[in-house]
Ligand binder design. Sequence first.
Ligand code: HEM
Ligand code: HEM
Length: 153
Amino acid sequence: MQMLLHTLHSYNRYLILAALVFVLIRSFAGWQGRKPFESLDNTGSLVLLILTHLQLLIGLIMYAFTSTWTQTAFANFGAAMKDPMQRYFAVEHIAAMLIAVVLIQLGRTFSKKATDDLQKHRKLAIYTSLGLLILVLSLAPKGLLFGSLTDAG
Ligand code: HEM
Ligand code: HEM
């Protein structure tokens, strides 16, 4: 089970990164070029949101029940805080990713609520950029942006 969740969580990261880049290119081009907000813009943002929510769900299940990192950390939290990778998965990863997920969610919610196309592109561009920034700042230093800790993916 952990193997399956880990593999899904690991590969889904690439889908999320691709969706983030797609949404950002279209929203910035739409914002700066004052283009209409098309159905492809909406679909891109919806796909990004679904992938992100799926990642959140898998992450929460692994965090609470199956991850060796977090289970080891919960058994002795004091010791875990002294181990950089255990501290990362027990505290830093979940904190940073929850913020990134909220930002991505806000981008879609505010973009959907906006009444003109310029604001739709703008909200999506700004909040999605912040989400991507936090995601990269948290994953890259640990070598997890494109790399993996195990052979599982
Ligand atoms: C921990 C699990 C999850 C939480 C806490 C969560 C939370 C939310 C929240 C707060 C919204 C916004 C509702 C609104 O804008 O009124 C939402 C929307 C949505 N979620 Fe999730 N979600 C989770 C898992 C999932 C999963 C696993 C999927 C699908 C694979 C999913 C698909 C969607 C979709 C399609 C929407 C509507 C998007 C839109 O049209 O703007 N969610 N979710
Ligand atoms: C966009 C959001 C997220 C991305 C891009 C992401 C990405 C990653 C990556 C790249 C790894 C390492 C995978 C590997 O070593 O192959 C990982 C592991 C992990 N993530 Fe996330 N993550 C996200 C959200 C979350 C959330 C919200 C949680 C928890 C609530 C979470 C919990 C975990 C756990 C527990 C592990 C360790 C799994 C193990 O035991 O091997 N992730 N994540």
